[in-house]
Design a binder for this molecule. Sequence first.
Ligand code: ZN
Length: 402
Amino acid sequence: MEREELFKEVSIKTPSKIVLIVLDGVGGIPFREGKTALEWANTPNLDKLAKKSILGQTDPILPGITPGSGPAHLAIFGYDPLKYQIGRGILENLGLGVEIKEGDIAIRGNFCTLRDGVIVDRRAGRIPTEENKRLCSRLKEEIKEIDGVEVLFTPGMEYRFALRLRGEGLGSEVLDTDPQMVGKSPILPKATDPRSERTARVAEKIINLAKDILKDEKRANFIILRGFSTLPPISPMQDIFRLNPAAIATYPMYKGLAKLVGMKILDVDGMSIADEIKTLKENYKDYDFFYFHIKKTDSYGEDGNFEKKVAVIEEFDRFLPEILSLLPDVLVITGDHSTPCRLKAHSWHPNPFLLYANTIIPDEQERFSERACAKGGLGRLFSVDAMGLMLAHALKLKKFGA
Ligand code: ZN
């Protein structure tokens, strides 16, 4: 029996509520005076909660494997990240609210700067989002259909955009056109299986048309296409876990991930934690599972900005009482992967994991930190196993077998 069949069999619908908080990339390694950002931060509310909770560590994929946020999130949502591989093109499109159907090809694109046939800036000088919108609307207007394939451009943030191809007989096995470094010529789209030849031909025509349309632009005068992908066959959380799930996130990719597993994407009016809390409160009665994403812990980890990472953790701590006041039956606080300031990148270190419910045996650890979690009663788990624990502690799982 597979994991999903098991959960389909034992999951039951109950009114109990689960709140899953993902502080993206929150875990770290010692950075200042031997302390991590979580250890350095002043977090009275998290400390108080830690004493009443059970702690542990989670490995997003496998020990030693550094994941992207995509697979790391799928795992926390209860899906085997090795079984479902989700292309960046899919994530980018879904995150921008583009409808993706079976058979569609989803691609992520960059505007870039081309000079004398070579790419001199892979991000077109990080053009402002407004400029991106203007360029995408021109491309959208002028490239609507190629050889019977419907083409849709959607602007993202700064230099990024999403591209969707819809038509018959399109495969997704096409290599990126990104040479990955400046000073090199862009690569032509190349299919690696016969089913994807048509996709590659259409993509090449799009690139040539875009080059002509953008020829008078100073910075964004060319496009790079990456992450050609199709929708993986994935059952929604409603079917597997009998949940009615909702997502509160501000960045496109995370909304896309949540949508992929069937979550309702709730509107957040703004980008701050306060705005997200407001959305949580307003929608609390309507769903039984909330995924609440905080992005900035990861962004500052990648920048190596320890102060700011600490500040985001402290800001979250100030809002924690508001979440607790909703009285969720299960509250989990964790990361998707670690992003240590010292490495300025995602890493393989396990995530700190905290579970609060009235069915646990509290560890009585003094803090929510990497070290406290290493001593926690849950021990070390795979992220994919967290969902079972959340459901069990919310009394949403019945006995397996007689
Ligand atoms: Zn992440």
